[in-house]
Write a protein that binds this ligand. Structure first.
Ligand code: SF4
Length: 466
């Protein structure tokens, strides 16, 4: 699938992101980066599934150095797909990684800023911070220029810098300003091999921020390629629905050059979902708005083309097409009534799709909203099974968001809008949070679910959520 909005092309190893190149599918490992064998094997599984680029976390210098071993083993086994290092907090790790892998992701909210609790910044203080960041980015740019390494400015709503939040709040605009601030610094250093992402666990926020950024870049006359994804989407059907709507709605409008479906599941599960989203968007692009209004006409075509007869693929694609088509309109403010028509679904399935649509775009809630990070090399517990248990124990709190996060480094910030949070902190222990505040720490894991239940039940009744 090709993007419609032209951006500058960015070379990432043997691929290009942006320009008129097809949308690239990527994912991320969740193994310990120091476990070379497990990481290499997971990368291979991802590439075999059709992933084109794999990101690996490098939380420290040791992990950054180990990327070389991982890359060498992959290349020796004939896997040529680009690798990306994921960096938070440690510019030195970025410097090492930039000499090894084809792309480095940095987070403008924490590249060289730590939280201090400061809520006000004078103009002079802001300027001093920009100068400090420029100094810290300058050596990275030099390595990237020399090695032909690209950089992703990876903005996450949950980890914006205090300087940005103090000025713009925790808003889509703040995300845009954060990206543009770093973009301007890179441009001042004469470096343009950049990809930008604007992630949030809320589809609406992500959609708004990306569209706003595109508009600002368009006005500046230079559009950089965009990486799309809904972060902390969780697992199962709910995660697939929010990713399909978030990513698909933007792709349908020609926005986006690389995508990552983020699931708290084995990462190779992300790839078929990403492929299906691209396929569903391509189908939708083949129809005019008027034709889409008469979905009875559209579905038989889709289903006829995509194996309606064996009852498999056609059904999935029909669902994806429905989510993207209506999700995009709801995100754009459509307030009219609509009905899912056609023979693709039973009446019960249609009802479920409607409920999922409204829940995903944040307009109505019929069940607990769960968010969970996809986990990475920082995760020190079995987040996938814990998420399943949390979802099974607390399904009926429609007004609550419960987060299950993989690490205490980024987890607390990135789940800041959750009402309750569960984070495994290693050594079989768990920290519990309420509205972003740590309320119980180092609980043995086998007691943590009961402790979370006691915490929630002290303040809320199931179903009413009050
Ligand atoms: S929050 Fe999850 S994905 Fe993010 S760094 Fe921590 S473990 Fe990794």
């Amino acid at each position: 699938m090709h993007p419609v909005i032209p951006s500058i092309p960015v070379k990432v190893g043997n691929l290009f992101i942006g320009g008129n190149h097809p949308v690239v599918i990527q994912s991320m490992t969740n193994t310990d980066t120091l476990d070379t064998e497990a990481t290499v094997e997971q990368c291979k599984r991802l590439f075999d599934a059709g992933c084109q680029m794999v990101r690996i976390t490098a939380p420290g210098l040791k992990e950054a150095r180990n990327l070389e071993k991982i890359k060498n083993e992959l290349r020796q086994s004939g896997y040529e797909g680009p690798l990306v290092a994921d960096i938070h907090f440690l510019p030195d790790a970025a410097l090492v990684a930039a000499g090894i892998v084809e792309k480095v992701r940095i987070n403008p909210g924490n590249y060289c800023d730590r939280k201090t609790g400061k809520t006000e910044f004078s103009k002079a203080e802001r300027q001093a911070e920009i100068e400090r960041i420029t100094q810290r980015l300058s050596p990275l740019v030099e390595v990237c220029r020399k090695q032909g390494t690209a950089i992703r400015i990876g903005v996450n709503q949950g980890s914006l810098s205090e300087r940005i939040v103090a000025r713009y709040g925790n808003t889509p605009q703040a995300m845009v300003e954060s990206a543009l601030e770093f973009l301007q610094i890179f441009e001042s250093l004469d470096f343009d091999q950049l990809v930008i992402s604007m992630k949030s666990s809320r589809v609406r926020t992500m959609d708004k921020a990306v569209r706003m950024l595109v508009e600002r870049m368009r006005r500046k006359g230079r559009i950089y390629p965009l990486h799309l994804g809904v972060t902390e989407a969780g697992d199962g059907e709910d995660a697939r629905v929010v990713s399909t709507i978030g990513i698909g709605s933007l792709l349908l409008d020609g926005i986006g050059n690389t995508i990552r479906v983020s699931l708290t599941e084995p990462p190779e599960n992300e790839i078929p979902v990403a492929k299906d989203i691209l396929e569903a968007v391509e189908i939708l692009q083949g129809y005019t708005e008027q034709a889409l209004d008469t979905v009875e006409v559209v579905y038989p075509d889709i289903l006829g083309l995509k194996g309606w007869k064996d009852g498999t693929k056609g059904q999935d694609l029909a669902r994806l097409v429905t989510y993207i088509r209506w999700g995009r309109l709801l995100l754009q403010g459509y307030t009219g009534d609509f009905k899912i028509k056609g023979k693709a679904f039973t009446e019960e399935e249609k009802e479920t799709i409607m409920d999922n649509l409204y829940q995903a775009v944040g307009l109505r809630s019929h069940k607990t909203r769960f968010i969970a990070c996809p986990s990475c090399g920082r995760t020190k517990y079995d987040i996938q099974s814990v998420l399943a248990k949390v979802k099974a124990r607390f399904p009926d709190y429609p007004n609550l968001t419960i987060a299950v996060m993989g690490c205490i480094v980024n987890g607390p910030g990135e789940m800041a809008d959750a009402d309750y949070g569960y984070i495994g902190c290693g050594n079989g222990q768990v920290n519990l949070y309420r509205k972003g505040e740590l309320v119980q720490s180092h609980i043995p894991e086998n007691e943590a679910l009961d402790a979370l239940e006691a915490l929630i039940r002290a303040e809320h009744n199931p179903r009413t959520g009050h």
